[in-house]
Structure formats: C-alpha cells, structure tokens
Design a protein around this ligand. Structure first.
Ligand code: ATP
Ligand code: MG
Length: 382
C-alpha cells in the first residue's frame, strides 16, 4: 500500500496511432517536472502515477502545470482485494460529511466484481462507518473513485490541471517576445498546444536599456518553466528603426518596422528549425493590428504567423497574464523599441501595393542581414 498521485490526461487520448509517442513525451515531461522534489513516475493502463514524493502539495503544484495533464488526484494504491479496498475507503472518507457516491471503474476484467458491485459494496461499508454521510447518486458533494487496474486505487479529490498537449508534440515555432502583456500570453497559449519555441526580442539601444532587456529575459524565464529552458535571440534593431524613421513616411513607420521584424524573425526562426512565427497581436487593438495592416506584415514572410490572441479582448488577455504570472513583470515601465518612434497618426488601412514603393528607399536585404548577423543568443533556464 502506498500514497500516489494519480494523473489523468486529456486530449492525448485522441491521438490514435501516435498515442504511445504522446504518452511517452507526457510521462517524460512529468518526470522532469517532479525531479527537484524526488519521486517515481510511471505510466500504466491509461494513467500516469507519481509515488515517493516528499511534499504532496508541491508535487501537485508542479504536475498540474504540465501540458497534457487534465487532472490529478491524491490516491491510495493497494492490492486488488475488496476487503482491503473497503477498509481503506472507510479510512479515506472518515473526515467527510454531506452527500457522496462511489464511482467504480474496473479496467481489469478478471476482477470478480463489476463496477456496480464494487460501488455498492464500498458505498455500503462507508455509509455504515460514517453517520455524517448520505448517498446522492445524482449530485453528490463528494465522489469516491475506486479504480481496479494493475492495482486498486481510491481517491476523492480531483484537481484540474492546465490541459493542452504535451510539450514538444506540437512542433517548433518562434515567438516575437516584446516586454508587453500580450506576447508572453501568446507564447503560453501555443506552448499549451505542445509547441516548443524560442523567443526573439528586438532591442534598440540606446533608446531601450538594459532594464528592458532584463524584463524580457524575466518573461522568457516564466515561459521557460513550461519547456525546461528556452533560447532567447536578442536582435540589434536600432539601425533598422533609424533608417525607417529617416526615410519612410511617419504614418507608415510602425508598419514598416513590423515588416522588418517579421523578415528578421523568419530567418532566425529557420535557423532554430521553427516552422511558424507567433505574435501577440489582437484584431483592432492598435493601428498595426487591423486586418489591412496584418495583411501587410504577413506579406513579407512565407512562414505561417500564428496569432493566438487575435479574437481576445485586452481584459481577457490580462486575466491570462495574471494567471500565468507574467502580468506584474509585463507592466514594469521600461521602453519597448516599438514605443520609441511611434507615429502620431498611424494609418489604419494601409495598402499592400504601397509598401514596396515606400521600402524602395531602404536597403532591406542589407539591413535584415546585418541585424541577423548581430543577433545574440541567450539560453534561459527553465
Ligand atoms: P505586447 O503587449 O506583446 O508588446 P502590443 O499590444 O504592445 O503587444 P505591438 O507593440 O504592436 O503590440 O506588437 C505586436 C506584437 O509584435 C507583439 O505582441 C510581439 O509579438 C511583437 N513585438 C512587438 N515589439 C517587439 C519587440 N521589441 N521584440 C519582439 N517582438 C515584438
Ligand atoms: Mg508592445
């Protein structure tokens, strides 16, 4: 008999022939998450289990943040003997009052009782031992789950986890990470779908300082927790911005700047082995995020650009930022390169055809190549 943490996984179920691979990745990710706390992790019969942990709450906190995990339950593992199970169920339910029901699950069909019989027998013994409990099969306050698998497991509490897909199963992408509220959330949303990513940050010294860079590295660290580390590419962007500011009409400044960011990001992304770019844009939030403006930014890259926040309101984005603990860092007041040369009256409906004309005054290729060549890479630990 031992205490274990029973881990249920969500959508990984749907993966057909790829399921063993997804489950192996999920199990490895859980192993990595609990490693600092000690504990043994194994996959058996549709569940992952963790045992031998020193601190249950800390183990729960970590495992519920592993993408692909649907929920967890502190459980007792024991031999498949109905008397032993009933005795443990009685012990487990001792502190509870109100209504309950027993939910039996027999995946080992050799076990002599079926799910209904297991539930009836255990329910009966629990009721007899605890006068503060009543049965309610429709809307119980507590659900005592009894699972007969390779061993028997019982548990009551079920704690929801992040869900999503195991990290690493969704391919590789590059996140354009500013110091703002939106882009860390955009990164998180796609990490949740199993996407491994690097971050690309554009900095314009001396207009942006060391503190702005530190802030971005702090944000990257919050994200790196989910992937066990992350590469951050720091792109020197001052020259591009100055040239754009000097040679292009003010009202198109932000848009041309964004086109440069995309071009540079695509090259770095290829080098990293990424197949897509990710930004924190949300439709209509600012002038450069109208449909016309996004068409102009997308036109300079071949890679798909994922914008997981496109349909979210700022308040919804802020709520996620709070939940994933990036908000407080994002609102630190350091300059981002985008705010350095903000035009007073940016166009909201730019025409794609005018872009090449405007950019003809710049040596696009040379500027992009120089920025990529000057890029510095930092590894942020998870
Ligand atoms: P955020 O809160 O993420 O800064 P935002 O609403 O301020 O977003 P913009 O400044 O227009 O929007 O930037 C849109 C997107 O472009 C950002 O979400 C981010 O993906 C990318 N971006 C902007 N500035 C930078 C930067 N300095 N480095 C890397 N990416 C950037
Ligand atoms: Mg910004």
């Amino acid at each position: 008999m031992q205490n274990v943490l029973l881990v249920r996984y969500g959508e990984v179920f749907l993966k057909g022939a790829n399921r063993p691979h997804f489950l192996k990745v999920l199990t490895d990710n859980i192993k990595r998450a609990v490693k600092p706390l000690g504990g043994h992790v194994w996959l058996s019969d549709s569940r992952v289990y963790v045992s031998g942990f020193s601190d249950l709450q800390a183990t729960i906190d970590r495992v519920t943040k592993v993408f692909g995990v649907y929920s967890v339950s502190p459980a007792v593992e024991m031999e498949k003997d109905i008397d032993v199970i009933a005795a443990e169920a009685v012990k487990l339910m001792r502190g509870y009052s109100g209504t309950f029901k027993v939910q039996g699950k027999r995946s080992d069909k050799k076990f002599p009782m079926n799910s209904m019989e297991i539930a009836a027998e255990i329910g009966h013994q629990v009721l007899e031992s605890n006068p503060n409990l009543k049965v309610d099969v429709h809307k119980p306050q507590h659900k005592l789950m009894v699972e007969i698998r390779d061993n028997a497991y019982i548990c009551v509490e079920e704690i929801r986890a992040v869900g999503g897909m195991p990290m690493g199963t969704g391919g590789k992408a590059a996140l354009l990470l500013s110091g703002g509220i939106d882009s860390p959330v955009a990164g998180y949303q796609l990490m949740k779908r199993g996407v491994r990513m690097c971050a690309i940050h554009f900095q314009s010294p001396p207009y942006t300082g060391e503190l702005a860079k530190d802030k971005v590295l702090q944000l990257a660290k919050k994200l790196a927790f989910y992937s066990g580390g992350m590469r951050v590419y720091l792109v020197p962007f001052t020259k591009c911005q100055l040239e754009i500011h000097e040679k292009c009409p003010d009202e198109l400044g932000t848009l041309i700047t964004r086109r440069f960011m995309m071009r540079i990001a695509e090259r770095i992304a290829r080098d990293f082995g990424a197949l897509a770019l990710i930004t924190g844009e949300s439709l209509g939030q600012v002038a450069s995020q109208t449909m016309e403006a996004l068409t102009c930014t997308d036109a300079v890259v071949e890679m798909p650009v994922f914008r997981p926040l496109i349909g979210l309101d700022k308040t919804e984005i802020m709520a996620i930022a709070e939940r994933i603990d990036t908000y407080e860092t994002s609102i630190l007041p350091y300059e981002d390169c985008c705010t350095v040369f903000t035009p007073r009256h940016p166009v909201t409906k730019p025409k794609l055809e005018t872009m090449p004309k405007v950019e003809a005054k710049l040596d696009v290729e040379a500027l992009v190549t120089e920025a990529v060549a000057g890029t510095e890479m930092v590894i942020v630990e998870g």
